[in-house]
Design a protein around this ligand. Sequence first.
Ligand code: TYM
Length: 331
Amino acid sequence: MKRMLSGIKPTGRVTLGNYIGAIKPFVSFQDDYEMIIFIANLHSMTIYQEPKVLRQNTKDLIALYLAAGLDPERVTLFLQSDVMEHAQLGWYLGCMVTMGELSRMTQYKDKAAKSKKNEGIGAGIFNYPSLMNADILLYDPDYVPVGEDQKQHVELARDIADRFNKRYSDTFKLPEPLIPRVGGRVMDLQDPTRKMSKSDDTSKGCIYILDPINVSKKKIMSAKTDSGSEIYFDPENKPGISNLLEIYSILSGKTIKELEEQYKGMGYGAFKKDLAEVLGAELQKIQDRYNELMSGHVIDDILNEGAQKAQRMARKKLAKVERKIGITIKK
Ligand code: TYM
């Protein structure tokens, strides 16, 4: 069975973008792949988090993974900070990546462009791809399912793995990013040229999985649409409707072609109303299960078990790395 690995940061509230681009695909992969999924809480430190809020967001994210259908019997689910090897390998790999490579990461460039001088940006924002490389390479996954914005970081992991293998002999499997063909980049509902993002906390363009259902439905109804009234997929000329078509396709399981056919000759209003209903029903199911999970104690047990499984794998790999690079002096 091929292995997959991915993670999500527990910063901000979980958005429809995270759900469609990451959580929902993970659930669909668990039948056919060995899955390793973790909460990337070390990554959340790149920007100041209020401790109480971070704790809540972390619990929410674990419960949401489970509520969305991730099965802990089949999937190794754990907190990144429970497996120290991530930070340790992150250091070694951080010493193998160049400043030039890190400077070329689009996410960093975007952040740097927004701040007048780079001095204001935490060093973690610059360095975090190294930690992400370690997250991936510790477990030898074949595939890393991520949204489009993370593709570059997975490609960097591949380059660093190759560099390490050439320098010290074969150690890491070269991972491949896996981007969903539909839903890999869910856009903001008010500005469909921008990614839907959890950092825009006040935005009407971002749907949060745990928001009241009627609020999310309203956001769909007031989503910005394009000129004309026909419903077809054309991200360049009709970014608003194309984004909604992608969301609808993932939530309903219908292809974009089928949806275009279904809504031929109908206006935006009817289309949005149906999408709002489909979204509302899915969110309701998730929220009901989330509420059940949050009132019980299963989450701690699941995380303990997941951490133990992950530690076994990570320790073995780190020991191998440390032997090869000359850190271990015992034979
Ligand atoms: P993060 O927490 O920003 O996002 C988690 C996942 O959600 C995807 N995503 C989206 N997909 C579609 N449309 C959107 N609007 C959207 N917004 C976010 C992201 O691409 C991602 O797949 N550094 C990573 C977390 C991480 C990781 C890893 C992932 C740490 N280590 C190792 C994979 C492997 C991050 O910040 O993702």
